[in-house]
Design a protein around this ligand. Structure first.
Ligand code: ADP
Ligand code: ADP
Ligand code: ZN
Length: 218
């Protein structure tokens, strides 16, 4: 399966991605996680990406598209992938489409996790993430089983620098201007599936799983 996750910051893409990737054994490709790894390793790419990420702006398309195309060459993508946080612009969506078309392939579905703007700030400012494995928690809505430690790998969870109130507001703005047009992009191709992201994490996952199984049997 080739799946794209769409939705505003805080919709629950990362949270659902971990669950989907585990249940269906497809690699979870998060461009945000790849950029953060490059930042912590102080690579050239990381140094460039950090300038944009700290401000809540998108990393330029060229850098991002090359990075994803390169990731696709990895063996684990043979049977599909789950994209979380990519594409984020029409240019990225077109690049993805062309990349797959050249191999006679296409995506199976674009899942839009929808939440109203009023939910976003609470979710983002209460978010804690695992710097080692990328798992996402929330101090109120989804706390780790052991206070402050990742359920999956035991590392200490941290607050992301770009989850401050000011940067989140910028990111919502960037989402509306640059990423929201993708909703129509995939709707026109009859590839869009919308799920109400205000429900409990398990409820959202049930609905997504159902949809994936229907798509998988087509
Ligand atoms: P995204 O990857 O879309 O930015 P995350 O998966 O990191 O979003 O989720 C953002 C925050 O909201 C995290 O703190 C996460 O624990 C929490 N969260 C995710 N899904 C839900 C949900 N259905 N209900 C309440 N909180 C949620
Ligand atoms: P979110 O919590 O909004 O799901 P991500 O971890 O996906 O955040 O992304 C964090 C930051 O990384 C973005 O604000 C942006 O600066 C950069 N980024 C991630 N994916 C992309 C992309 N596809 N195009 C451009 N920038 C990206
Ligand atoms: Zn972890």
């Amino acid at each position: 399966m080739k799946i794209i996750l769409l939705g505003p910051p805080g919709a629950g893409k990362g949270t659902q991605a971990k669950l989907i990737s585990e249940k269906y054994s497809i690699p979870h490709i998060s461009t945000g996680d790849i950029f953060r790894k490059n930042i912590s390793e102080k690579t050239q790419l990381g140094i460039k990406a950090k300038e944009y990420m700290d401000k809540g702006l998108l990393v330029p398309d060229e850098l991002t598209i090359d990075l994803v195309n390169d990731r696709f060459t990895n063996d684990d993508c043979k049977n599909g992938f789950l994209l979380d946080g990519f594409p984020r612009t029409v240019k990225q969506a077109e690049a993805l489409e062309n990349f797959l078309k050249a191999k006679g392939e296409g995506i199976d579905t674009a899942l839009l996790i929808e939440v109203p703007g009023s939910y976003i700030l609470d979710r983002m400012t209460g978010r804690r993430v695992c710097p080692s494995c990328g798992a996402s928690y929330h101090i109120k809505f989804n706390p780790p089983k052991v206070d402050g430690l990742c359920d999956l790998c035991g590392s200490a969870v941290v607050q992301r620098k770009d989850d401050s109130e000011e940067t989140v507001k910028e990111r919502i703005d960037v989402y509306e201007k640059q990423t929201q047009p993708l909703v129509d992009f995939y709707k026109q191709k009859n590839q869009l599936f919308v799920v109400d992201g205000t429900q409990l994490i398990d409820e959202v996952f049930k609905i997504i799983s159902n949809h994936i199984e229907i798509e998988g049997n087509k």
